[in-house]
Design a protein around this ligand. Structure first.
Ligand code: CP
Length: 317
């Protein structure tokens, strides 16, 4: 890896390598994460132009567990509020000998734009851009599924709710298909499915009761009201009745079906508290796995950058 912006173009061997590398950071038989010196002397800058609890905190913890120096730029109090452009902000951060930018942005494509404009040698990690992608979230979800199901082959996985606005769903679909899941099923009202749904290679079900049949994994999504801009939507009460995961609907899936959610969860809107906190929920395991996956991605991207710099230096004689 050099940058980590999308799962598009990454094959099964690469995704498995990321999962295996993440596993190597988890203490055997425990859920604690090792501290290793892989990024000692390196500087990681967290650039979050959108709010975050889980992603930002676990990137910071992951960088610290890799022994990197971490800078969390507070965008609200930075000079961007005085009109400094993104390019100038990045140039100044690069001048502080930064090795990696972890970027969250409301605009799809922002991390790609940054990767094109920074000095070669600085790694860009996508921490979620617009509706486009959230690749580390998808990979921590895959690690959680593998821990609980030990495989991807033969699994039937449903993603439920606001698929239209979800960068998480797009990355999860790509990861599940690449890793060989038997079926990825989208359960949503037509108004919350993207226009290109037919090209995604997923089964589609509008009726949640039917959609829960024979599931091994159900992934619930939040209604992303901040991205909706007046879309035709059911009320929250109506949405919960039709698509909210409660104990009754969960009982229609396989008895060992696990319940996932990338967070933040809205209790009583897309998921019942009894399910979110219940025995089939692995939602907090997902959060813990975020540290190991982000350690894996950052360490692999950094070694890719080091190899790139060495090749560039050789070329320049
Ligand atoms: N899953 C996720 O991206 O959560 P945050 O918005 O809290 O980072």
């Amino acid at each position: 890896l050099r940058h980590f912006i999308t799962l598009d173009g990454l094959d099964r061997a690469m995704l498995t390598d990321i999962l295996d590398t993440a596993d190597s950071f988890i203490e055997v038989g425990e859920r604690t994460i090792k501290k290793v010196p892989l990024l000692r002397g390196r500087t990681v800058v967290n650039l979050f132009f959108e709010s975050s609890t889980r992603t930002r905190s676990t990137f910071e913890l992951a960088a610290k567990r890799l022994s990197a120096d971490v800078l969390n730029l507070d965008i609200n109090t930075s000079a961007t509020s005085k009109g400094e452009s993104l390019s100038d902000t990045l140039l100044n951060l690069e001048a502080m000998a930064s090795d990696m930018f972890v970027v969250r942005h409301s605009q799809s494509g922002a991390p790609h734009f940054i990767a094109e404009s920074v000095t070669p040698g600085v790694a860009i990690i996508n921490a979620g851009d617009g509706r486009h992608a959230h690749p580390t979230q998808a990979m921590l979800d895959m690690l959680t599924i593998r821990q609980h199901k030990q495989r991807f082959e033969g699994l039937k996985v449903a993603i439920v709710g606001d698929i239209l606005h979800s960068r998480v769903a797009r990355s999860q679909i790509r990861a599940l298909q690449t890793l060989g899941a038997e079926e990825v099923r989208l359960i949503a009202p037509g108004t919350l499915l993207p226009a290109d749904v037919d090209s995604l290679g997923c089964a589609v079900e509008y009726d949640m009761a039917k959609g829960m049949d024979d599931l091994d994994v159900v992934i619930m999504l939040r209604l992303q009201r901040e991205r909706m801009e007046g879309a035709l939507l059911p009320s929250e009460r109506e949405f919960y009745r039709l698509y909210g995961l409660d104990s009754e609907k969960l009982a229609l899936a396989r008895p060992d079906c696990i319940v996932m959610h990338p967070g933040p969860i809205n209790r009583g809107v897309e998921i019942e508290s009894a399910v979110a906190d219940g025995p089939q929920s692995v939602i907090l395991n997902q959060v813990t796995n975020g540290i190991a996956i982000r350690m894996a991605v950052m360490s692999m991207a950094m070694s890719g950058q080091v190899a790139e710099r060495a090749a560039r230096a050789r070329q320049q004689g």
